[in-house]
Design a protein around this ligand. Structure first.
Ligand SMILES: Cc1cc2nc3c(=O)[nH]c(=O)nc-3n(C[C@H](O)[C@H](O)[C@H](O)COP(=O)(O)O)c2cc1C
Length: 206
C-alpha cells in the first residue's frame, strides 16, 4: 500500500480553517486512491529533537562526505528516525497556516530536522542533487490576510520558501491550495473556505 504523509502544522485542531480545507482534500483523496493509506504527523504533538551542538556537528561531518560514528551517530538516531518516516511516504500533504509571513516554527523545526545531506540531498560537482525522487506534494495553506497576486500585501515568504526547500530535496511537483483572507469577516471566510475546499478536491486527483 502507498502512503500519504499528512504533516499538520496548526495546533488548532477542530478550530483550524486549514484543516477544514485539508479534510475536503482527504475525503476526495481517499475516494480516488483506495490503495493509499494516510498517516498523520501532527507537529504540535510531536517531540522533535533539538539541534544541539552534537547534532549540528554531525551535519557538518555529513556535509564533508564522511559517515557518523560513536557519540555523534547516537545523537543522530532520533533525526534518522524522522528522516526514515519522511522517506517512507510516497506523497505528502502539508497543512499549514501562515505565521508571521511564513510558516509556524514547528514546521520550520521539522524541516531543520529532516533536510539533511546524504539522506535528502547531496552535493555533486554539478551542484546539489535532491534524493527524494518521484513524489508529489500538496500544500494546503490558510492566511488571515490576502496575499494573492495584485493585492497590496506582498510579503508571502510561505509559498516561495516551501517550494525552495522541498525543491532542494527533489520535490518539484508541488501544488498549493490557499484559503485567504481568513480574518477579514466571517462571510468572506466562509466563502473562501468553500472555494479552497473545491480547489482541494480537484488537487486530490493527484
Ligand atoms: C502566531 C500567528 C501569526 C500569524 N501571522 C499571520 C501573518 O503573517 N499573515 C496573515 O495573513 N495571517 C497571519 N496569522 C493568521 C493565520 O494565518 C490565519 O488565522 C489562519 O487561517 C489560521 O489557520 P488555522 O485556523 O488552520 O490555524 C497568524 C496567526 C498566528 C496565530
Amino acid at each position: 500500500m502507498k502512503k500519504l504523509l499528512h504533516i499538520i502544522a496548526t495546533p488548532r485542531g477542530e478550530e483550524s480553517r486549514t484543516l477544514k480545507v485539508a479534510d475536503a482534500f482527504l475525503e476526495e483523496f481517499r475516494a480516488e486512491h483506495p490503495d493509499w493509506a494516510v498517516e498523520d504527523l501532527d507537529l504540535s504533538k510531536e517531540e522533535l529533537p533539538s539541534l544541539t551542538l552534537k547534532r549540528v556537528d554531525g551535519k557538518y561531518i555529513l556535509l564533508s562526505g564522511k559517515d557518523l560514528s560513536g557519540e555523534l551517530k547516537e545523537a543522530w538516531e532520533e533525526i534518522v528516525r524522522h528522516i526514515e518516516r519522511f522517506m517512507s511516504a510516497d506523497g505528502y500533504l502539508i497543512s499549514t497556516p501562515m505565521w508571521n509571513f511564513s510558516i509556524p516554527y514547528t514546521l520550520k523545526h521539522y524541516i531543520d530536522v529532516i533536510i539533511q545531506p546524504k539522506y535528502l540531498f547531496r552535493y555533486t560537482a554539478a551542484g546539489s542533487e535532491g534524493l527524494v525522487k518521484n513524489r508529489k506534494m500538496v500544500v494546503i495553506a490558510s492566511r488571515g490576510g490576502d496575499y494573492s497576486a495584485g493585492k497590496a500585501r506582498a510579503a508571502d515568504f510561505q509559498e516561495p520558501y516551501l517550494r525552495a526547500i522541498f525543491g532542494l530535496v527533489g520535490i518539484t511537483d508541488i501544488s498549493f491550495v490557499v484559503a485567504q483572507p481568513m480574518d477579514m469577516g466571517p462571510e468572506l471566510q466562509k466563502q473562501k473556505i468553500n472555494e479552497a475546499q473545491q480547489a482541494a478536491r480537484a488537487a486530490a486527483k493527484f
